[in-house]
Design a protein around this ligand. Structure first.
Ligand code: NAD
Length: 300
């Protein structure tokens, strides 16, 4: 398939490379010169401008940091023409950025009004998942559009779940990460509580990992070194999933909670705990480093 890939950052570059290596005709673009250079060095074909990249493609994939960048790129700004006007009619727009549900719905509406097809397809799995094509895609959009996107998504990921209509891929992502944030905090609290009670990390792990406390935050992202040798706690909390990204995703959860009026006390408490973590220097540390904040704020 002829595909434009826009946004060649940490995630986008390896994703675009996997598509090209699978035989798709990929043309890339990034507004950041260093990202274009890196992509050229990785063997990708890079267009002179975003509008040139999308001029004669069947699909346009975007992988940006924020929702306003997606909307601005779709619609165009005073200094940059929009992608929707530049792409051939009926092109399939796939936005894999993590953005707010309402922003994703606005992007869908813009694409549809311009005569295009569109899906929101955020991912989990991080840079490692992008590199080894094991990402999980959560996809929102009409059945036919999701099926049209599936062959591309399956090249870049290991799992593609159609979550429902426009914006529901982003809804699934925001809900999942709210669970993850709250569970990572309480797992950290349990280990610190265990320490104070004289319980070894290994003993708590051996019990909870096979009991009702079992969860990903414990069995994969264990916040103490030892029980899970691959967890970030064993490498001084090098991410992994950085605190800044968790903070961003919880900001999207907060927006969704405000829009829906849900009583999400636990999720919003996790939101403020991670805000503090990032403000206290945790932006570049794995989010399981929250255990250090728990220790620091516990009474002596
Ligand atoms: P990044 O900042 O490394 O890359 C984004 C790129 O988009 C940048 O190079 C930027 O220059 C480019 N860009 C912005 N506007 C553009 C435009 N109009 N045209 C072309 N390029 C443009 O971010 P990332 O880490 O690759 O993350 C991308 C998205 O994936 C984010 O929404 C993030 O929340 C999500 N995500 C990231 C991870 C992770 O581990 N990094 C994991 C899951 C999801």
């Amino acid at each position: 398939m002829k595909v434009a890939f826009l946004g060649l950052g940490h995630m986008g570059l390896p994703m675009a490379r996997n598509l090209a290596e699978a035989g798709h005709d990929v043309v890339g673009f990034d507004v950041f010169e260093a990202a274009r250079e890196g992509a050229r060095a990785a063997g990708l074909t890079i267009a002179e401008a975003a509008t040139a990249a999308v001029a004669d493609v069947e699909a346009v994939i975007t992988m940006f940091a924020a929702g306003h960048q997606v909307i601005d790129a779709y619609r165009g700004t005073s200094d940059r023409p929009g992608l929707l006007a530049a792409a051939p009619e009926g092109a399939l727009f796939i936005d894999s950025s993590t953005i707010a549900v309402d922003e994703a719905r606005a992007a869908h509406a813009l694409a549809e009004a311009a005569g295009h097809r569109s899906v929101d397809a955020p991912v989990s799995g991080g840079v490692v998942g992008a590199e080894n094509a094991s990402l999980a895609f959560m996809v929102g959009g009409a059945d036919g559009d999701v099926e049209a996107a599936r062959p591309l998504l399956e090249v870049m990921g290991a799992r593609v779940v159609h979550c429902g209509g426009a914006g529901l891929g982003q809804a699934a992502k925001v809900c999942n990460n709210m669970i993850l944030a709250a569970s990572q905090i309480v797992v950290a609290e349990a280990f610190v509580l265990g320490e104070r009670l004289g319980l070894s990390h290994q003993a708590l792990f051996d019990v909870a990992s096979h009991a009702s406390g079992q969860c990903w935050a414990l069995t994969t992202n264990c916040p103490v070194p030892g029980p899970v040798p691959t967890s970030p706690a064993n490498r001084d909390f090098t991410p992994g999933f950085a605190g800044a990204l968790m903070d961003k995703d919880l900001g999207l959860a907060e927006k969704a909670v405000a829009l829906t009026g849900v009583d999400a006390r636990m999720g919003m408490l996790a939101r403020s705990v991670y805000r503090e973590f990032v403000e206290g220097g945790g932006a570049r540390r794995d989010f399981s480093g929250i255990i250090d904040s728990v220790r620091a704020q516990s009474d002596d």
